[in-house]
Design a protein around this ligand. Sequence first.
Ligand code: ATP
Length: 358
Amino acid sequence: MKTYKIAAIPGDGIGTEVVAAGVEVLNALAGRDSGFTLRFDHFDWGGAYYKTHGRMMPENGRDLIRRHDAILFGSAGHPDIADHVTLWGLRLAICQPFDQYANVRPIRILPGITSPLRHVNDKDLDWVIVRENSEGEYAGVGGRVHQDSPLEAATDVAIFTRAGVERIMRFAFRLARSRPRKLLTVVTKSNAQRHAMVMWDEIAAQVAREFTDIGWDKMLVDAMTVRMVTRPQTLDTVVATNLHADILSDLAAALAGSLGIAPTANINPERTFPSMFEPVHGSAFDIVGKGIANPIGTFWSSVMLLEHLGERAAAGRLMSAIERVTADSRFHTPDLGGKARTVGVTSAVIDAIHDAND
Ligand code: ATP
């Protein structure tokens, strides 16, 4: 029987609670005639690790997870440590060197969940946002001089390369092709940003010629926020830069009901390195330890992990179990207006997995 090695990195805040729930659900799934087993290796990297060791993960951290089949990640963030230290020290320290350049975020309104948009139902909002995940505004290039003096200056330079833009465009067009509507929206800001964003648009048009069966259009990022709210049914697959998609996907998650539901896959399509799966939400310190973190975002990310491993049947079983549970408002956590707790939602999903197998 095939055994997959999964690196579990819960990180900080509610990351520890939702990843524990995710591991439980994945083990329940693998344990039931799925034809594979999962071996989890747990890594206690994150804010607490930083406080003891002065870094978010060990120097050889990536070597310890390089040969795993996938990574299940929680969140990086700590109330006592600056956000840029936690983000660059852990999440980006894995994503960027492992060249997980395609960040894929499906968004739809799951059964039983109400969108804050009036009159919008599950058929009106069914998107996948593809976020460029290796360069752009998060390239890490910049500097700061004359700190604390009136002459202080700082730059963050957005770097876009032809190779980086071409590969994310091709990935997005291919993904659009795999979906029934075969429609891609390219988000840009080429009116104001007249160098890199103009190149982004040009490369989109060039790559589009390889995909003549895919309809595509272009939207300025500001207008895109309006379209997402007023005409959600006109969108399907979306590709945007690292920063634009970061912001748009939080909006998308909220429109689909809650940030607690939204999943992410950080994919290295060439499979040279393991890919990483995580909920869209962060550490959420306001609810940490209360037992009310919504684990659905992590469960849905686990569906994407299974799909990436090629375990389509198990992925489908888990998605059906999630949808059965969200359909029942008794299992809605407070972010969805309910009273359920993380453990209750987790048990309900495990029960639904078992029911499906019986
Ligand atoms: P970070 O700085 O690590 O991104 P954050 O706390 O600023 O984290 P998020 O965690 O992304 O931001 O979420 C914002 C708010 O949404 C949280 O403070 C929390 O109230 C709510 N929230 C996010 N995720 C969940 C979840 N899984 N379950 C319940 N509520 C959630």
